[in-house]
Write a new protein. Structure first.
Length: 163
């Protein structure tokens, strides 16, 4: 979604969030079909509040709305079309070309973090990792291990009284 709507002070924060929901429902297209009741359930608001959000978004030009009817003329939902204001800049070829022209090209280094000699393996992260050398040490994991460790420590410290 374009940041134009996110920076618009005329919209309430929840109207901006609702525009994001609508944009997400559109996917790659520009329109979605939704009812006010469904939108109210998604946003955890009342249908009246959704109506206010829709009115604000229509008033400021971010969406267009049409009533969807069945053969008998009954209202069965809304067809909401997202306008150019809410579309991301890269959807239009001109916007994408302008951004690519302004952005300096990144240096292409696809295997920068790979250890030499081990193609396909990356370096270990220093966070939340155990060094491999500590995994090779043999440790006693029996239930008596702490007790034996304590006894061995006490034997080393034991000194008989000298008279």
């Amino acid at each position: 979604m374009a940041t134009t709507a996110a920076r618009d002070d005329r919209l309430t924060p929840n109207a901006k969030a609702f525009l994001q929901v609508l944009r997400a429902r559109c996917g790659k297209s520009r329109e979605t079909i939704i009812t006010k009741g469904t939108a109210a359930n998604i946003m955890a608001r009342s249908t009246r509040t959704i109506r206010r959000y829709l009115d604000d978004l229509i008033r400021y030009g971010y969406i267009q709305s049409e009533i969807r009817t069945n053969r008998n003329g009954m209202h069965i939902g809304l067809v909401i079309t997202v306008t150019e204001l809410a579309a991301p800049f890269f959807e239009s070829a001109k916007g994408l070309a302008r951004w690519l022209a302004e952005t300096p090209s990144a240096v292409f280094r696809p295997f920068e973090g790979v250890v030499a000699g081990f193609q396909g393996r990356t370096l270990m992260s220093p966070k939340n990792q155990t060094p491999i050398s500590s995994l090779n040490e043999r440790k006693d994991t029996s239930r008596f291990a702490p007790r034996e460790k304590l006894r061995n420590e006490e034997r080393g410290k034991f000194r008989p009284f000298s008279t």
